[in-house]
Design a protein around this ligand. Structure first.
Ligand code: SF4
Ligand code: MG
Length: 325
């Protein structure tokens, strides 16, 4: 399986009144037709990583180092013109809040048509035909009538579908999804997850799906990278991590979900709060909250250990295997 996305040693730091080390030395890949989850608490660097991939971070006060390659092309080196072509056609993004993607003053049909005209040089008529096709693809009822609807005239779930239609209108190879179901109630959430999974297969897309909810990751992801304090602490196939998490933070996340709890057992939560990100980590960031912590965990950065061919964990407990960086 060839990699569509390759991120190597990515560091992202925001500077200003205070410095925030938002992403610290992460590496990941996204294969063809794969759904990769970025899983972690808010502030763990998931959304920042996605935004870096789409070059959506403000230039001012953002320092980025490392490599971000999409289809072999260096995203960090693209000029504005290359970026404009790249967004929409190669990579597209959906958000928790459709208002970030949908313009309140234009109808849904107009917005989708506009995007197709801009990216693919199609006519207005062809753009509108694609808009109708896309509203049908995302199963919006009475699609033809909805072409003329404004975002505020739709329910939350339908707006989410309209945003997905807009994101997929130019058939991108990669979809970046930033907590797209978090604001929805449980029934609508599951419908949207099922829809995304179906469309992912139908369009043959690869997806990076950001979520803080391991239950959501279980519904949609093939592989996950568990993030904590701007680092990837465990990465591997979802079913392997769910079955036997290696990193204590991944264990804690699993124990704190309904999926991880046995019937009748109380849900555990991980005591404590994530560290401040004002310094790059020099030891295990999870140590203050970790019930397995040993003196050496606070003395140096734990190595990123290759636990098995498709699994890594950044923890001294995994150290018997081979360190990879
Ligand atoms: Fe816990 Fe140590 Fe592993 Fe960090 S390195 S997660 S403190 S056992
Ligand atoms: Mg976020």
């Amino acid at each position: 399986m060839s990699n569509l996305v390759e991120i190597r040693d990515l560091n992202i730091r925001f500077t200003g009144e205070r410095t925030v080390h938002a992403v610290n030395d992460i590496s990941l890949t996204l294969g063809e037709g794969e759904v990769l989850g970025l899983l972690g608490e808010s502030g763990s660097g998931k959304s920042v990583t996605l935004r870096a991939l789409m070059r959506l971070l403000p230039k001012k006060r953002t320092q980025i180092s490392g490599t971000v390659k999409v289809l072999g092309r260096d995203v960090l080196a693209m000029n504005d013109e290359q970026l404009a072509a790249f967004r929409g056609q190669t990579v597209s993004m959906i958000f928790q809040e459709p208002a970030l993607a949908l313009d309140p003053v234009y109808t849904i049909g107009h917005q989708i048509a506009e995007s197709v005209m801009r990216h693919e040089g199609k006519s207005q008529k062809e753009g509108m035909a694609r808009a109708l096709e896309m509203l049908e693809v995302v199963r919006i009822p009475s699609a033809r009538r909805r072409l003329d609807a404004y975002p505020h005239e739709m329910s939350g779930g339908m707006r989410q579908r309209a945003m997905i239609a807009l994101a997929l209108a130019c058939k991108p190879k990669i979809l970046l999804a930033d907590e797209p179901t978090t604001a929805l109630d449980a029934t609508v959430q599951i419908q949207i997850l099922l829809l995304l999974r179906e469309l992912q297969r139908e369009f043959g897309m690869s997806v990076i799906f950001v979520t803080h909810d391991i239950g959501v990751a279980i519904e949609i992801c093939d592989r996950v990278a568990v993030m904590y304090a701007g680092q990837i602490v465990e990465q591997g196939r979802l079913r392997d991590i769910v079955r036997s998490p290696v990193h204590p933070y991944a264990k804690g996340l699993l124990a704190s979900t309904v999926h991880g709890a046995k019937r009748g057992q109380r849900l555990e939560t991980i005591p404590g709060t994530p560290p401040s990100l004002d310094k790059a980590p020099a030891s295990c960031s999870f140590a203050p909250r970790c019930s397995y912590a040993q003196p050496r965990c606070s003395e140096r950065l734990p190595p990123n250990v290759q636990v098995s061919p498709d699994r890594t964990a950044r923890c001294v407990l995994a150290e018997r295997a081979t360190a990879v960086g």
